[in-house]
Design a protein around this ligand. Structure first.
Ligand code: GTR
Length: 386
């Protein structure tokens, strides 16, 4: 205990499993009025909305649902992109609210001559814009568009800076201009919420694009983008599938373990990511009415794939797997996820045969071809065949 307190006071991250404090997770299947959830109906009508509200009020902030209108225009189309394998569309999505306008730039590749509307992978790009180069002069494994097209899926991406620049000061210069009350509210959304909000607006667009099967949209994010991907999928049940890569603290990893990154550290270094209320839980994890297994559970019964990288202890691979395992009691209400093993699989052994998929890839904190290759296998099972 002394070691943990010392660690918290000095801000040193703990990487020693023996120093993980004893903790009790909030029961995902018990309502705030202490009612045990035994079936899908009680989960969907009572407990799930409760959990979403707890995350809104205490962690990510509210998700504004209303806006005056959404329009789009195709800025550029190339029907023979990727040497004829795909059609490129650069789409300008505009959201107007209270006479203010927000532009989201979407890059979208759709396989040539599909049999019908195709499923799509949508990446929340939190890295350089060159990763999603529409011209394909720059290619990167962070968004391996050719590989996804070759597998028969469409692939799309938007950049987080369109919604909220990833900066402690200028994060307000995006969607928060349309909802200024969010900036001052203790439970107002900030950057991570804004990115998730943007993903839902892209999904609004997909619903209007006949080449896309909007019932089969997989949301993908890495690290801070992986936190936003989970929040988007939890908030917006239209997302069919979620891939959260190396999302760590306030992503897929359990906060109460205080292993690697902590709530205090994330709120200190990234004060613009989460609701103001979240700061109450700095060094105070046990008081949080949620932990991250409940966020994963809120995605049920939709297939969810979570990853870690073996050298990325900052994102707590063990705590991530435990979080997934603890979400499985909700998937079990749908008779899903029961085959998730009790213990984390060995490195480079993806779990594909469960609605709760997982791998711990060898290597560093990153989104790589290995990760995408596993995502495609998982999607082939749960998205393509349906
Ligand atoms: C780190 C941060 C993590 C994660 C990561 C990333 O600095 O502490 O929570 O978001 O950045 O986004 O790559």
């Amino acid at each position: 205990v002394l070691n943990r307190l010392q660690a918290q006071n000095t801000g040193e991250p703990n990487y020693d499993e023996s120093k993980v404090p004893a903790y009790t997770l909030p029961n995902v299947l018990k309502t705030v009025t202490n009612r045990q959830v035994r079936n899908k109906a009680t989960w969907e009508q009572l407990r799930r909305p409760e959990i979403i509200k707890l995350f809104e009020d205490n962690v990510y902030g509210q998700m504004p649902k209303a806006f005056d209108r959404l329009t789009y225009s195709i800025k550029r189309e190339n029907i023979s992109a990727m040497a004829g394998k795909a059609t490129l569309k650069e789409v300008l999505i505009e959201v107007v609210h209270d006479q203010k306008r927000l532009a989201i730039n979407l890059v979208l590749f759709v396989p040539t001559k599909p049999k019908g509307p195709v499923p799509v992978f949508l990446l929340i790009n939190n890295r350089g814009k060159e990763n999603t180069d529409p011209i394909r002069a720059h290619k990167s494994d962070f968004w391996p568009a050719e590989m996804v097209i070759d597998s028969g899926y469409a692939i799309a991406a938007f950049h987080v800076s369109d919604l909220a620049p990833d900066d402690t000061v200028s994060y307000v210069n995006g969607v928060l201009r349309l909802y200024p009350e969010q900036v001052t509210a203790p439970n107002g959304m900030r950057a991570i919420g804004a990115w998730a909000w943007g993903a839902s607006r892209v999904l609004d667009y997909f619903e209007k694009d006949p080449s896309i099967d909007a019932k089969k949209v997989a949301i993908v994010g890495h690290s801070r983008g992986g936190k936003a991907a989970l929040w988007a999928a939890a908030e917006d049940q239209r997302f069919a599938m979620c891939f959260s890569n190396c999302s760590g603290n306030t992503g897929a990893a359990l906060s109460r373990r205080r292993f690697g990154e902590t709530i205090r550290r994330i709120n200190t270094v990234f004060p613009h990511w989460f609701a103001k209320n979240y700061k109450k839980f700095n060094n105070n994890e046990d008081l949080l009415p949620v932990d991250q297994h409940m966020l994963l559970a809120a995605i049920a019964p939709r297939p969810l794939y979570v990853t870690n990288a073996s050298k990325d202890l900052w994102a707590d691979p063990t705590g991530t797997y435990l979080s997934l395992k603890n979400a499985s009691s909700v998937y079990a209400l749908y008779k899903l996820g029961s085959n998730l093993p009790a213990n984390p699989p060995a490195i480079n052994q993806p779990i594909i045969n469960s609605s709760l998929g997982y791998h711990n890839r060898e290597g560093e904190h990153n989104l790589t071809a290995y990760d995408w290759n596993s995502f495609l296998k998982f999607a082939d099972v749960y998205l393509k065949s349906r």
